[in-house]
Design a protein around this ligand. Structure first.
Ligand SMILES: Nc1ncnc2c1ncn2[C@@H]1O[C@H](COP(=O)(O)OP(=O)(O)OP(=O)(O)O)[C@@H](O)[C@H]1O
Ligand SMILES: [Mg+2]
Length: 368
């Protein structure tokens, strides 16, 4: 049975519709990510699951029971917020056990729970400190500890790592993943960070403008984006979008690509050509990830190549990115650091047509 079912859920604040027809079913033990830009409705959806916001339309069920009218206390859920929301005048121990105390859990049992949680989060030595005496990362751990103490059926996290510095964020991300693996409890995790989404999620719901644009595994979302929005949002550096004219037909279908010096026809795989033919338009938007646009010297020699002037060379350590233009669109190619060209060089680039995806120029929906 699904732990959480969100069926045709919408949310209106006054006249404004902020969530539209959300449908998500979550399996037991799943780590589900809600990712999207600021204002897309992530927190609103999470708050509705928690019972902190009412549901305008549709139904939310937890363990098969409709909770539309249930108060937060009646839901077997624990939530971790972005700004910890610790009680400043209580020490760590009392912060962690507070919820249990409110529910009348006996003292000995509370002490055991605090021990267990503190051990799990490695904060045993901090139990007597007040929140003000903790670092940001330690506070966040305590906030997570408070949620863990409840042993709920579902955890909700609203951007729990967003106010930690970059290094700590990466460490805590790994810890959260380990924690999830250990607990096996379902988690819904809100973030606007696509790397966090990719690394943590069993499945990701990419949200934009109040709608779920796509719901899938990280691989599905990355390799098979449903539309241009998802394709551009997930992946760093972002996918390249190149408007192209189609030439030929059947087995000879190709897209025309113009670099700085040369033009080439990039032959398309048969399955792609068939879908594009069925769609019927002669101009399409091609999406190519930087790792599939590489110096020809690094690619299969049979691949079509097009010479481009490299405007900017950007070493990142493991990869070097090259900025250039194709069909007048700014694009990013990836190359091995050892083979990086100089700025201003003209080099042949090759595209992996098998990995290119195609969108309708107007609707921006995926075609092939
Ligand atoms: N109580 C409210 N009354 C009116 N509008 C609201 C209310 N709460 C949120 N909104 C609006 O609903 C939309 C979604 O807000 P929400 O907080 O869910 O976004 P979010 O995706 O969590 O953004 P962020 O990444 O910035 O936290 C926004 O346009 C916001 O202004
Ligand atoms: Mg939010």
């Amino acid at each position: 049975m699904a732990v959480l079912n969100i069926e045709n859920v919408s949310k209106t604040f006054g006249e404004t519709r902020v969530l539209e027809d959300i449908n998500i079913s979550m399996a037991e033990g799943e780590f589900l990510i809600l990712v999207g830009p600021s204002g897309c409705g992530k927190s609103t959806l999470l708050n509705m699951i928690a019972g902190l916001e009412s549901v305008s339309d549709g139904r939310i069920t937890l363990d098969g029971r409709s909770v539309n009218d249930a108060s937060p206390r009646e839901r077997n859920i624990a939530m971790v917020f972005q700004f910890y929301a610790l009680y400043p005048n209580m020490n760590v121990r009392r912060n962690i056990e507070f919820g249990l105390k409110m529910r009348g859990v006996p003292k000995a049992e509370r002490a055991q729970t605090v021990e267990r949680v503190a051990r799990m989060l490695q904060i045993e030595n901090l139990l007597d400190r007040k929140p003000a005496q903790l670092s940001g990362g330690q506070r966040q751990r305590v906030a997570i500890g408070r949620a863990l103490a409840r042993d709920p059926a579902l955890f909700l996290f609203d951007e729990p790592l967003s106010n930690l510095d970059a290094k700590l964020r990466v460490e805590m991300r790994t810890e959260l993943k380990q924690l999830h693996q250990r607990l096996g409890t379902a988690m819904v995790y809100v973030t606007h960070d696509q790397i966090e989404a990719m690394t943590l999620g069993d499945r990701i719901a990419v949200m934009h403008a109040g709608r779920v644009q796509q719901l899938g595994t990280p691989r599905e979302i990355y390799d098979d984006p449903a539309n241009r929005y998802v394709a551009g949002f997930i992946g760093s550096p972002a996918m390249n979008f190149i408007e192209c004219g189609l030439t030929g037909s059947g087995g000879d279908t190709a897209v025309r690509l113009t670099g700085s010096d040369t033009e080439t026809h990039l032959a398309l795989p048969q399955a792609t050509a068939a879908k594009l033919a069925e769609h019927g338009k002669t101009r399409v938007l091609m999406g190519v990830r930087p790792e599939h646009l590489v110096p020809a010297a690094e690619a299969d020699t049979r691949r079509a190549r097009v010479t481009c002037a490299i405007d900017v060379v950007e070493p990142t350590g493991p990869d070097t990115y090259l900025h250039t233009e194709l069909n007048d669109a700014a694009v990013t190619a990836r190359c091995l650091p050892s083979a990086a060209p100089n700025t201003g060089a003209h080099i042949p680039l090759a595209i992996d047509a098998e990995r290119a995806v195609f969108f309708d120029c107007d609707t921006e929906q995926r075609i092939a």
